[in-house]
Design a binder for this molecule. Structure first.
Ligand SMILES: [Zn+2]
Length: 194
């Protein structure tokens, strides 16, 4: 069964926010093979018992009064560019949140969300050299400088171009947060368009 599409969280299985489980959904009562495993902001406590479909169609938000990202965090609590209410609603009410990542704020700054939307690809695995080993990382977008990837050891984003052997080169521990990369790309993209 295909998961619903989430514009602002393209592959919630890759990020660990949706996991395979037969648990019946507390909202629709159906056992649909996947449940949400990310953060839930609500009066009551919910474990891994909300299905992604009830997130996508807004029924979990409506019936349970839950949101999945801190609304204050969308747009950096007002520190960043103003974001439309509709986008905040979609992210908070109808998009799976992120576990562990400090990424609740990554969508809005300087048109990041539009930049990411334009560049992202369906996440896929790619080998990376690390300490003499080859390990997989997640490629999330294709950018001018190469591939933008997330690697879960350092839990950070990097840009790299694959070498002759088809693997990404080793990098130091200087992982970027996605906001920094998107900030750079946003400005590079804008200057290219002019
Ligand atoms: Zn459901």
């Amino acid at each position: 069964m295909d998961l619903p599409r989430f514009t602002y969280h393209p592959d919630p299985i890759a990020t660990g926010s949706v996991v395979a489980a037969d648990t019946p959904c507390v909202c629709c009562g159906e056992s649909r093979g996947y449940v949400y495993a990310g953060p839930v902001y609500a009066e009551e406590e919910y474990g891994h018992e909300i299905c992604p479909w009830c997130i996508a169609d807004g029924s979990a938000h409506e019936r349970l009064g839950v949101i999945f990202s801190d609304e204050e965090g969308v747009g950096g609590g007002g520190e960043w560019d103003e974001v439309g209410e509709d986008i905040i609603d979609e992210i908070a009410q109808r998009t799976p949140g992120f576990n562990g990542w400090q990424q609740e704020q990554w969508w809005t700054h300087c048109g990041h969300q539009a930049v990411f939307a334009a560049l992202r690809v369906p996440f896929y695995r790619m080998p990376l050299h690390r300490l003499g080993l080859i390990e997989p990382v997640w490629v999330v977008a294709h950018v001018a400088e190469g591939l933008l990837y997330f690697e879960d050891v350092e839990a950070g984003f990097e840009i790299g171009a694959p070498g002759d052997d088809g693997a990404l080169p080793a990098r130091g521990c200087n992982q970027f947060e996605l906001t920094h990369i998107l900030h750079r790309l946003a400005h590079a993209g804008l200057s290219r368009q002019r």
